[in-house]
Write a protein that binds this ligand. Structure first.
Ligand SMILES: *[C@@H]1O[C@H](CO)[C@@H](O)[C@H](O)[C@H]1NC(C)=O
Ligand SMILES: *[C@@H]1O[C@H](CO)[C@@H](O)[C@H](O)[C@H]1NC(C)=O
Ligand SMILES: [Fe+2]
Length: 496
């Protein structure tokens, strides 16, 4: 790796020797490390940010907080949210909860506000979790939508009806611009609220949620269900308008034998449907969607993924379906990071790395987003696929075909920040900081995307880590790009 770092360490040194020399009354100054670095071939020494966020309580907002307000009216729909409903972005799944009775399953929708040309009929269900009984959870698929259009929709009945809108993505295509927001480990604290406020400011069009949604599992008995409901009302102001493409985290597992609740992901799966069948997946926990110029693969860190498991077989087949001529951007989301140098959850992603990393490199995945670690970190393009226990270097090496790994588990849940990074910073780590925030990925055309990590900075949005993401597949295909014969390189893929 070409690196030319100049490292300057300025510190309130507090070694044992110095303490004795200066006397024991010297206060313990924090070690402040400034790293100055040179850029060389886009690869530079890692940065551990010296930003220290001021403390904000990481408590959940109380039940009577206005973020959790129940909408007015008898049986008024609440917790409205949408997600992509098909493979290509022409369908949407709308879900909502009615508290008092099932009521109507109908969604009215159309291109004009309050003047709906269409209706669609959904389904309703409810569940119990120990001594909690959910409201009536409605789910409705709306398909055959037109691309690149604004639709208005209404759920609920009479005086209690509520209306929202969403925008369909443009038709799949190589140079179709689109802006994703990436949020992880959100929870329902004041910091979570700040993250959502900043997401709105960043102007993204859809959310990739890398898992750990409500943190309802921090509660017991019926309070768990209650906190799924408050989370749904809290996130509605964005989830009802921008589709959220989610993966499940460990806080969604909710394996609770003491309450006789042993079916993993029960509450999550009742509340957050996914369009898994559209990508021929056999489970709502892993699936893929295509949106604008992106092919997004959603993996489940807590479902079997080793060789011969359904997720493994599905992923193998899904990678073959990726058509970079139609969707040049290949994005993977999962909960547990594969590369993280934070002490929290260190090495937990190793088993998935062993299973899937060689495919990520082979298929030139552009970027892998994960959460789980409550901090921000970005890697260089590195891989560690040569090592096989008896041979190869057991350390990641620079690899231009490898994805960039980004951990953005800093949405702001009640567990607070993971502020302890391994020291020294490993070569593979490009930037790391323990602050709350979210990322945006703005796809410009098939070769360029703009990436930002936005630190909440306790109230004001500050763009902190940003770079131009170059598409690894198209970077090397400048010649073929102008070669008419190469326009359909893989005819069998054209069906996708
Ligand atoms: C549920 O069970 C818990 C623990 O036994 C109890 O404290 C709570 O009041 C119960 N709630 C309901 C709605 O029955
Ligand atoms: C793609 O976008 C980048 C960044 O805006 C620009 O520099 C480049 O010229 C664009 N490429 C094409 C083929 O338009
Ligand atoms: Fe997690």
């Amino acid at each position: 790796m070409c690196m030319n770092p100049i490292v300057v360490v300025i510190s309130g040194l507090q070694t044992e020797d110095k303490k004795i020399f200066m006397g024991s009354i010297v206060p313990r100054f924090p070690l402040i490390v400034f790293i100055l670095f040179n850029f060389l071939d886009n690869i530079h020494a890692g940065v551990t940010s010296s930003f220290i966020r001021s403390e904000w309580p990481s408590d959940d907002m109380p039940l009577d907080n206005d973020a959790f307000a129940v909408p007015n009216g008898y049986n008024a729909p609440e917790q409205v949210h949408i997600t992509q409903g098909d493979y290509n972005g022409k369908a949407i799944i709308i879900t909502w909860v009615t508290p008092d009775e099932p009521g109507s399953n109908q969604v009215k929708y159309g291109k004009e506000e309050k003047n709906y040309d269409f209706t669609a009929e959904g389904t309703v269900k409810s569940y119990t979790f120990y001594n909690y009984t959910s409201g009536f959870i409605h789910e409705c698929l709306i398909d055959d939508l037109e691309y690149d259009s604004t639709y208005y929709y209404e759920v609920g009945e009479g005086e209690s009806a509520r209306s929202f809108w969403f925008q369909t993505p443009p038709k799949i295509g190589p140079n179709v611009p689109y802006k994703f927001g990436i949020i992880g480990d959100l929870g329902q604290t004041y910091n979570s609220r700040s993250t959502l406020n900043h997401y709105v400011e960043s102007g993204a069009q859809a959310v990739l949620h890398v898992g750990d949604l409500s943190y309802a599992d921090k509660y017991e008995y019926d309070d768990m269900g209650v906190r799924w409901d408050t989370y749904g009302r809290f996130a509605e102001r964005i989830q009802a308008y921008n589709p959220w493409i989610s993966t499940a985290g460990n806080h969604e597992i909710e394996y609770m034998p003491y309450m006789d609740e042993v079916v993993p992901f029960k509450q999550y799966l009742y509340r957050y449907p996914t369009p898994y069948a559209a990508s021929e997946s056999s489970s709502p926990l892993w699936y893929a969607v295509r949106r604008a110029s992106a092919h997004i693969i959603v993996l489940s860190s807590y479902s079997p993924f080793v060789k011969y498991t359904p997720q493994y077989k599905w992923l193998k087949a899904e990678f073959k379906k990726v058509n970079r001529w139609k969707t040049p951007w290949l994005i993977v989301i999962m909960h547990v990071p594969i590369y993280s140098s934070n002490s929290a959850h260190y090495m937990e992603g190793e088993s998935m790395r062993a299973a899937f990393e060689s495919w990520f490199v082979k298929y030139k995945v552009d970027v892998v987003f994960a959460g789980h670690v409550h901090a921000y970190e970005r890697s260089h393009r590195i891989s560690n696929i040569e090592y096989d226990v008896t041979g190869g270097v057991s350390y990641p090496v620079p690899d231009k075909s490898a994805p960039i790994y980004i951990t953005v588990g800093d949405g702001g849940n009640q567990e607070g920040l993971a502020s302890s990074f391994n020291d020294p910073q490993p070569d593979y780590s490009a930037f790391r900081e323990a602050s709350y925030g979210h990322s945006t990925l703005e796809l410009i055309n098939k070769t360029h995307a703009f990436y930002h990590w936005n630190r909440n900075d306790d109230g004001k949005k500050v763009a902190t880590d940003s770079f131009v993401l170059r598409n690894q597949y198209w970077k090397k295909r400048k010649l073929e790009e102008n070669d008419l014969h190469a326009i359909t390189p893989t005819p069998e893929l054209d069906a996708y």
